[in-house]
Design a protein around this ligand. Structure first.
Ligand SMILES: Nc1ncnc2c1ncn2[C@@H]1O[C@H](COP(=O)(O)OP(=O)(O)OP(=O)(O)O)[C@@H](O)[C@H]1O
Length: 357
């Protein structure tokens, strides 16, 4: 059974003295399964945070319904007594300082478990385990949360939620303000939680590039509506829809477009692994390397074809030169876009037929 499902969910904020705003969510229907990694994408103001707040009942529907685990929220029926649900749904806000308020990190990490009925000793143990899961050292337990760096603070906020062992972990822009390495580590950590612990992870983000290697399912929001939901491959087949929803195209799609325009090898790059678009810089490097290897193999075969007529030989040579130039151009494009210097150097060396360094 789906862990969360919504049917024609709509939400309308009411402000100052009861005047109703336009709908922040309209006609939202979806289902989420346990143990999967979902990414919710959309431009500013598209309704992502409003949707998240329905997952633990901070907001409840104006229209339609949403079921979260075993609690049904339905328009017109105010649900109360949500403590058991809030133990099972961990929300990590956009700004971690909003949820760290105790004098020490340990107190912050123990707060949820104590609230949800654990003994002091169990809560202390849960706090330590959560700290290890996010990769923070025990030394931070006695520190004030505001002595932590931005990245550590965000990890502490995630640990504070994990300590209550939620089934569903929901994070609003979790990588904002982090450096590139910490961003990558955090997404990998979230991915591990789905694979190793069967948690369902939902991440709201503007940065599609970051979640592409990890998230298996995508929802795209625009002006309060769900304009796309589907798998990674389905999303990557919709570049116009991404642009239309105000999102930057991920490097994988920009590379594909450029290779389409400028590189005759695009089809061989894709064919090398059954037409799926590579999603990370290193995968692109590997595809380009494969293409180069295919060309080298063809060259060796051609060397053995000396008996061919001079015209056939020179045509083949010309074709081969063109395709090698194309592959090299692809590699250069790849550098320009991804700036992933390590795999870029690797692919350039191999593409030029030099030893890998
Ligand atoms: N407390 C509020 N009162 C009134 N209107 C609100 C409130 N919070 C959000 N809205 C409106 O609801 C719509 C959706 O906002 P929401 O914060 O859900 O978007 P978002 O996609 O999360 O944006 P961002 O990426 O900037 O966080 C916007 O038009 C916004 O102005």
């Amino acid at each position: 059974m789906a862990i969360v499902s919504s049917e024609k969910l709509g939400y309308q904020y009411v402000v100052n003295g009861g005047s109703a705003q336009s709908f922040a969510l309209k006609d939202i229907s979806f289902e989420w399964e346990q143990g999967q990694f979902y990414a919710i994408l959309g431009a500013a103001g598209s309704g992502k945070s409003t949707l998240l707040q329905h997952l633990n009942g901070i907001l409840q529907p104006t229209v339609g319904r949403i079921r979260v685990l075993d609690v049904m929220f339905e328009a017109g029926v105010k649900q109360k007594g949500l403590k058991p649900l809030r133990k099972r749904v961990g929300l990590v806000f956009q700004f971690p300082e909003q949820q760290l308020f105790a004098d020490t990190v340990e107190q912050d990490l123990m707060f949820g478990p104590l609230q949800f009925g654990m003994s002091e000793q169990e809560a202390r143990q849960a706090a330590r385990e959560a700290l290890h899961t996010v990769g923070l050292p025990e030394a931070v337990l006695t520190m004030n949360p505001f002595q932590l760096s931005g990245g550590q603070m965000r990890k502490a906020a995630i640990a504070a939620v994990l300590a209550s062992n939620p089934d569903l972990l929901v994070l609003d822009e979790p990588t904002a303000t982090l450096d590139p390495l910490s961003r990558q580590e955090l997404i990998q950590l979230l991915h591990r939680l789905t694979v190793e612990q069967g948690k369902t992870v939902v991440v709201v983000t503007h940065r599609l590039d970051e979640v592409l290697p990890a998230a298996s399912h995508y929802m795209l929001m625009k002006a309060g509506r769900l304009v796309f939901q589907g798998s990674r491959a389905e999303l990557l087949a919709q570049p116009l829809q991404l642009q239309d929803a105000g999102l930057a195209l991920p490097a994988a799609l920009r590379l594909r477009q450029l290779l389409d325009e400028r590189c005759k090898e695009r089809s061989s790059v894709l064919e090398a692994k059954g037409q799926e678009v590579p999603i990370t810089a290193s995968e692109w490097a590997e595809r380009l390397i494969e293409v180069r290897q295919i060309h080298q193999m063809r060259k060796r075969e051609q060397d053995g074809e000396q008996a061919l007529s001079p015209t056939v030989r020179s045509t083949k040579l010309l074709q081969q030169q063109q395709s090698e130039q194309s592959a090299e151009l692809g590699a250069n494009v790849y550098y320009a876009i991804t700036r992933d210097s390590e795999s870029a150097v690797r692919s350039l060396c191999v593409l030029k037929g030099e030893d890998e360094r």
